[in-house]
Write a protein that binds this ligand. Structure first.
Ligand SMILES: Nc1ncnc2c1ncn2[C@@H]1O[C@H](COP(=O)(O)OP(=O)(O)O)[C@@H](O)[C@H]1O
Ligand SMILES: Cc1ncc(COP(=O)(O)O)c(N)n1
Length: 278
């Protein structure tokens, strides 16, 4: 059947956000906006809104296996991303399944704590992510607090960011992106990218003063996966993701009463700048 499986297909392996702004809902909205066919493997459910996470429920791991098997039996998946993985048992289940399938390049967003403060990954699972999941990853996208936990030291300066990326690369992941969204004192939201070939660069865009940043990290990694599935080289996939985020944060939509989501209908921003140094 020559005509099937020509549409780029992408899967998110993540937690569900009932509020629709983060987690796999942000991923699926991003996939739709970037014109790829999105699928999902649910690892955990959350009862969540723009105020925070009210409850969460990991899915039994046999059901994670079942979802992997259903997708693998039918689709030609060209890129995958992970998000909320809950705990060590669920990280192990995802790793085990990823070893059985070929879903293309893997983007690991090492989600640990929601912006509202809720735990999305039990602290004991960080070691499992480091030793078992990161070696399978083509790209890892920690924010600054996640990168600090992975390397086990504070990241205060640009030089600290660069050495942290090198340390993370040594864990066996080819390409590392340390996102600078949390450095709120910076006028620019600057992300540092260290690629497999040893080259590196910063991607910056003007920091937007807004409370609507729920799901930014999910959206960013989902956009990279979407662009890779369409065949874009990694470097331009990352630049597109940054431009998508800048648009989605600056051209806000307003729902809920707390930290609102971003706008997945927004146009790509032209405010992203790439530089060798900061
Ligand atoms: N206020 C902001 N203005 C502009 N860009 C932002 C802002 N907050 C985050 N970003 C960008 O959004 C992307 C996601 O980063 P971040 O918010 O740090 O991720 P996470 O959701 O994992 O904490 C990065 O490219 C970051 O630079
Ligand atoms: C199910 C799920 N996955 C990921 C996030 C992280 O998003 P954020 O850090 O923007 O709150 C979240 N809040 N919920």
């Amino acid at each position: 059947m020559g005509s099937v499986n020509r549409t780029p297909q992408v899967v998110t392996i993540a937690g569900s956000d009932s509020g629709g702004g983060a987690g796999m809902q942000a991923d699926l909205k991003t996939f739709q906006a970037r014109h790829v066919f999105g699928m999902n493997i649910v690892v955990a459910l959350t009862a969540q809104n723009t105020y925070g996470v009210q409850a969460s429920l990991p899915i039994p791991t046999y059901f994670i296996d079942a979802q992997f098997q259903s997708l693998d039996a039918d689709f030609a998946i060209k890129a995958a991303k992970t998000g909320m993985l809950a705990d060590s048992e669920h990280v192990e289940a995802v790793v085990h399944n990823l070893q059985q399938v070929d879903f293309g390049p893997l983007i690991v967003d090492p989600v640990m704590v929601a912006k509202g403060g809720a735990t999305l990954l039990e602290p004991e699972a960080v070691a499992t992510i480091k030793s078992k999941l990161l070696p399978l990853a083509d790209v890892v996208t920690p924010n600054l607090p996640e990168a600090e936990i992975i390397v086990g030291r504070p990241i205060k300066t640009n030089a600290d960011t660069i050495t942290a990326a090198q340390t993370i690369q040594q864990l066996g992941v080819k390409n590392v992106i340390i996102k600078g969204g949390h450095r709120s004192e910076d006028e620019q939201a600057a992300d540092y990218i260290l690629l497999e070939d040893g080259s590196s660069f910063w991607l910056s865009a003007p920091r937007i003063a807004t409370a609507n940043t729920h799901g930014t990290g999910d959206t960013f990694s989902a956009c990279i996966a979407a662009e890779l599935a369409k065949g874009q080289p990694l470097k331009s996939a990352i630049v597109t993701a940054k431009a998508f985020l800048q648009g989605a944060i600056s051209q806000g939509i307003f729902v809920g009463h707390g930290h609102g989501p971003t706008n997945h209908w927004a146009k790509l921003s032209d405010k992203v700048r790439m530089s060798e140094t900061r």
